[in-house]
Design a protein around this ligand. Sequence first.
Ligand SMILES: Nc1nc2c(c(=O)[nH]1)N[C@H]1C(S)=C(S)[C@@H](COP(=O)(O)OP(=O)(O)OC[C@H]3O[C@@H](n4cnc5c(=O)[nH]c(N)nc54)[C@H](O)[C@@H]3O)O[C@H]1N2
Ligand SMILES: Nc1nc2c(c(=O)[nH]1)N[C@H]1C(S)=C(S)[C@@H](COP(=O)(O)OP(=O)(O)OC[C@H]3O[C@@H](n4cnc5c(=O)[nH]c(N)nc54)[C@H](O)[C@@H]3O)O[C@H]1N2
Ligand code: SF4
Ligand SMILES: [Mo]
Length: 709
Amino acid sequence: MSERRIGVCNLCEAICGLELTIDGRDVVGVRGNPADPLSRGHICPKGVAIADVYADPDRLRRPVRRVGDGADARWEEIGWDEAFDLVADNLARAVNEHGDDALGVYLGNPNAHSLGSMTHGTAMFKSFRTRNRYSATSVDQLPHQLVAHLMFGHQLFLPIPDIDRTSWFLVIGANPMASNGSLMTVPDFPNRARELKARGGRMVVLDPRRTETAKIADEHHFVRPGTDAWVLLAMLHVLTTEARPDGGPAVASYVDGLATVVDLVADFTPERAEAMSGLPADEVRRLARELVAADAGVVYSRIGVSAGPWGTVCQWAVNCLNILSGNLDRAGGAMFTSPAIDAVGTGLIGRGHHDAWRSRVRGLPETAGELPVSALREEIETPGEGQVRAVLTVAGNPVLSTPDGPRLDEALRGLDFMAAVDIYVNETTRHADVILPPTTALERDHYDLVFHLLAVRDTARFTPAVFEKDADQRHDWQIFREITLRTTARLERKAPLKKRLVQRARLTASPTFLITQLLRRGSSGVTMKKLRARPSGIDLGPLRGGQLPERLPATSKRIDLAPALVVQDVARLAAVAAPEGDELLLIGRRHKQDCNSWMHNSERLTRGRPRHQLLMHPADLADREITDGTLVRVTSRVGSVEVEVVASDDLMPGVVSLPHGYGHAKDGVLMTRSREVPGVSINDLTDPERLDVSGNAALNGVPVAVTAC
Ligand SMILES: Nc1nc2c(c(=O)[nH]1)N[C@H]1C(S)=C(S)[C@@H](COP(=O)(O)OP(=O)(O)OC[C@H]3O[C@@H](n4cnc5c(=O)[nH]c(N)nc54)[C@H](O)[C@@H]3O)O[C@H]1N2
Ligand SMILES: Nc1nc2c(c(=O)[nH]1)N[C@H]1C(S)=C(S)[C@@H](COP(=O)(O)OP(=O)(O)OC[C@H]3O[C@@H](n4cnc5c(=O)[nH]c(N)nc54)[C@H](O)[C@@H]3O)O[C@H]1N2
Ligand code: SF4
Ligand SMILES: [Mo]
């Protein structure tokens, strides 16, 4: 007898509602939930494959201990109690013998998608007093967070494009047709883009590749990788120098620093933008004018830009464009969400800070308590006080996802101890002495503390676990609780008793209990009881405008258009000369059926044509006398890979592209059951020395040479 259950997909930021058909312990059908007020029935191929993760025989369900190393490694199941003690003994030993900073922590992307990680993981990390805290943030959205902190007073007070009401949408370095949106929770992007067009709106895309999103846009323009800053500053230049019928740009009374912006962009002309980016000066001018003239316009940029050399300047410029064109905090522009649990307003998530300390070896600044992950390898390998001796990774795969992965791979091998909270043995966790696997999406309760904050519509939804976990499985929050309590109990230098008691109390309550309490504190009227009665979710309506300055998290209740850090970096930008030479620039890409570095075990996601190849323009192939479909060698400053090349005139000439998350062969062992060849990792080529001022890795626009093999 099969039955229908409401579920939720936690594989990307779109947080689609699911309707599952289950038969006993099996999922026999997955479709989008049409009654979900946010996702409206949308689902993508990965959402269906959530059933494959649940059923995957390779997925770990009980703790394992590694015996042997590399190709000879064997994994032995052990009991939870033994596993927790092993982890606590070794983490505490590293700290007791070598100090707090001897413990390194890396948090991967799925943490943001797990309620237990948001509630209990955070408490665990706080209990470790190490400065060696790293996460996927610094290969991703760090510039967005830093700029939000500097301009608005909170790292997660992020303006969201009001796609459902805008009439002019400029998309820079994002491919939501494949990624389903990011820092813009926008399930059903294809239909929302269609609706934008149907109401007479326009979408314009700037991207060095004619992407799936570019192909459905009204306009697409190539920009040379890493040069968006000149385009955005030139748009600001036009906006601030041209006379406008409305006498603008005028800014609201709570905005400071306009004169500095005008000064900063004075020399960033459209002609200069053209020389740097390849985008014609007249087009730059027209785009700026269209933004100003639009009924409601919005500029949006994502990882193609934030994971570039000028991510912070770009993200700042995007905010300035939205503010100076009068589109911040108004319908159809860049808006702020009003979630039922306001993790920003309530202080549940800290405001953030920057450069309160620096990394030991390279002196890179922290942001919100984390150091740039590009520094992790050297912090493990460089001897001295504060050297990382033991590492804990949680839901991450930095060997494939961070710059110069192979050297990190080597460094992890040399650790005294490593533990991982993860559901697979992968390219990173293979170095762990012990892996603790939590339950997955279908086996745990879920409420989205993060992505309701970033969604294009205000909704609230609580999803109880679809399946009850087995008695010998653990939820991640239970794992975090045990690691924290057992490790802190073994520390020689203990936190004050009162602090420990508060910590214990916080860790003992379940995430669902905490959510129930947090909802009570909010003003939305949404309660756990109401959510349980409406499992598809409660609609709280379109985003609300006119919330500023009251909602501004800054204690001054003012917006700072000219933070010192940005002003200095624009000066650095101004000194850059036009590019010379004919080296190729490497960029990343995402495919609908990929999920960062994991899920390549899913048959339904990996069958069909391979998609891990290097894409290259036919003219660039011809210049080098390389034949389409052959094996080529790609070489950067840090490494080289051999990979099949495919000709594509969707790429800007001079640009090549590889997806990230491949490269599953390690020491002759294939880390997935994928039927596709293992592929190569783009992060064997990316360079830990290429950083944005925030410390975010500049993963895009890496200079490479491509030669025939
Ligand atoms: N060159 C290049 N590199 C990139 C990017 C790029 O565009 N180009 N993108 C970057 C971005 S945006 C990101 S977010 C990072 C991602 O980088 P990471 O977060 O380091 O890597 P993921 O591939 O997301 O790995 C997720 C891990 O979590 C495990 N996992 C899945 N679900 C759960 C769960 O519920 N609990 C636990 N404990 N574990 C789970 C999986 O088995 C997998 O090992 O990659 C970055 N790297
Ligand atoms: N299917 C799928 N969806 C995902 C993920 C996944 O792995 N697979 N990962 C999720 C995660 S963790 C994230 S953070 C989001 C990311 O979501 P998006 O930001 O939409 O990610 P991408 O699809 O990588 O789009 C980045 C775009 O930037 C372009 N680009 C590269 N360099 C430059 C440049 O210098 N300038 C400009 N203007 N463009 C450039 C690339 O060609 C690419 O089209 O996706 C999420 N969704
Ligand atoms: S778009 Fe994202 S959240 Fe929706 S089904 Fe696909 S992977 Fe899941
Ligand atoms: Mo990401």
